[in-house]
Design a protein around this ligand. Structure first.
Ligand code: MN3
Length: 241
């Protein structure tokens, strides 16, 4: 009996408690190239990086990259799996008394897992440029690539406490916007696609840049993987055009 048959059989004979913790996924989500963030049995997993920890030196140092990926990101993956497990238990027991806490955990660790997964992808030392179409959107939305950098830097640099600066595509207005996200998601809005996230938590830069977040942001501009950003932007546009 394969897994799918097992699920339908157990459901059919009413053994809901025997259902696997995570439902199987199709892994057909093409945007962001993030299929390696969930395994075949539906559990979240730490994605492998497309490059070595020292690949972004001297902009992002190897020690920070290793800690950031193998410790910090892994903690979000584990936290997200735990939150799913707990919420599944609530469904089974009917006791939702601590749901508020675990919904916060779900959002916090889920935000952490997916933003970091995209963050690793938007980094490269290949000296790439935005595609023609993305450049057109950047120009229409901000005036120029230079203006984009000014706004992105100001927004990222002024995030209060831990969080992110993120360029999003907003389908409703068909333009790009830049938003801050406190922690892993506060201050965001819905129905937008993050296409260029920058982690501005201290753990992302403190070893090398200490309190000089602005220098860290400048370093980031040197290693943006515009090929990836452009490709994912095109994938998102295809959903709407
Ligand atoms: Mn981080």
């Amino acid at each position: 009996m394969n897994k799918r048959e097992f699920i339908s059989t157990t459901a059919a004979i009413g053994l809901a408690s025997m259902m696997p913790l995570f439902s199987q996924t199709n892994n057909k989500f093409n945007i962001y190239d993030l299929n390696n963030t969930v395994n075949q049995s539906g559990e979240y997993q730490l994605p492998k990086l497309d490059y070595s920890y020292d690949a972004l030196e001297p902009y992002f140092d190897a020690q920070t990259m290793e800690l950031h990926h193998s410790k910090h990101h892994l903690a979000y993956v584990n936290g997200l799996n735990t939150a799913h497990k707990k919420i599944k238990e609530f469904i089974e027991t009917g006791d939702f008394s601590t749901i508020k806490h675990w919904e916060r955990e779900l959002a916090f660790h889920g935000g952490g897992h997916f933003l970091h997964s995209i963050f690793w992808k938007v980094l490269s030392k290949k000296q790439t440029k935005p595609s023609k179409n993305l450049e057109k959107y950047i120009n229409n939305s901000f005036g120029s690539l230079d203006n984009f950098k000014k706004l992105f830097k100001a927004a990222s640099n002024s995030v209060e406490g831990s969080g992110w600066g993120i360029m999003h595509y907003e389908p409703i207005s068909d333009r790009l916007i830049i938003m801050q996200a406190e922690r892993q998601g506060n201050l965001t809005q819905w129905v937008t696609f993050p296409i260029l996230p920058l982690d501005v938590w201290e753990h992302a830069y403190y070893l090398k840049y200490q309190n000089r977040r602005a220098e860290y942001i400048d370093a980031f501009f040197n290693i943006i993987n515009w090929d990836y950003v452009s490709d994912q932007f095109e994938n998102i546009l295809k959903l709407y055009k």
